[in-house]
Ligand binder design. Sequence first.
Ligand code: PLP
Length: 407
Amino acid sequence: MEFTISPTLGINERIASMHNVYDFGLGQSPFPVIPSMVEALKNNAHQKDYVNVKGLLPLRKEIARFHKRNGVDFDPEDMIIGPGSKELLFSLLFTCEADVFIPTPCWVTYPPQCIMTNRKAIFMHCEAQNNWRLTPQLLEDTFASNESSNRKFLILNYPNNPCGYTYSKEEIINICSVCHIFKVTIISDEIYGLLTHDGHHYSTSLYSRDIIVTSGISKWAGAGGWRLGYMAFTEQNRDLLIAMKQMVSETYTSVSAPIQHAAIHAFKETEVVNHYLAKARKALLLFATKIDNILKKVPSIKFSKMEGGFYFFLDATALKEKMAKHEIYTSNAFATFLLEKHQIAALPGSSFGRPKEELSLRFAYVDFDGSRLMKYGLNELTDSVIQQDGQKLIEGVKKLKQVLTNF
Ligand SMILES: Cc1ncc(COP(=O)(O)O)c(C=O)c1O
């Protein structure tokens, strides 16, 4: 296989030497690390011992309590802490032979991880008319036409990167029941779960026990660079947990001890965490509304309805004849054109599992000072604050509108 850096990290390196770029590339949380975690990290700098392979027990217990508050029982013994959920997913795919069903657009990392671990990936291309969400019908048709005796996984990610959609309770119930019929285990990537703009998130774990939930502190706790994620298993998939434990013990051993101690504070239900989340959600909702209002005036494009996290997906394939005049025939060429001619950095849809010739892009709307916004009270976070503090981001979306309108 050809080895290349992940496109999201690649674009960061590429624009580092450019000036005045409207940066919609890397999807990193714009907000600071939750303050109580920072305090705890300082207080735990002296923690020097290796930690249990599955992770620090008080952390696993706190995560179990967090899920319990949301209505689900997980045994702390059925969890594994890793240096990011990305690493855990890789270990899981490595440890067991499985066919992997992936709805697209999907997170950039799923396809390369399947290639690297030699797993068969079966893609389901979801449609713009459904806000790119997976429908039970597509799922059922795909399972029915891909029967095999292998273990099967569906990787379901919501709120979604790259589209920013989430699923309603009914939709999750329907997806779980199709998976149940076809005996497919859901790997439920809920890393943006606490960043739904309206605060509602329905975990697959509420409706099925044949699931593995993955999450962490990278997105909703602002701590991507701390590198801590987790996987929660149920009694139904303990064989995988045992295999994972061996994998961990022979690779990274355990996540940094001070980070594990500090991460406990992300999962506690405290005023600090609640306030932080309320403000992060409100700021993201205000930005999403603003972006929606600007882009809906552009004729002939489709873009996703933003309901959680900080991304949107845009498809301008209807402009393909006009784009051909600029020799743009692929999403990659489209992204290059926007960056080189208009200083707009976005990622090509092909990096998210879409056909090359679909003229689609992913945008992360995080280029604002989240630390500054966190200093406002919840009620002070208004449209005019966003307008002022998010000036560059909004200017970038307006520029995008102008480019697309005048193609
Ligand atoms: C959908 C999705 N899952 C997982 C991750 C990885 O998170 P972690 O930092 O826990 O490895 C990301 C990060 O961009 C993501 O977008």
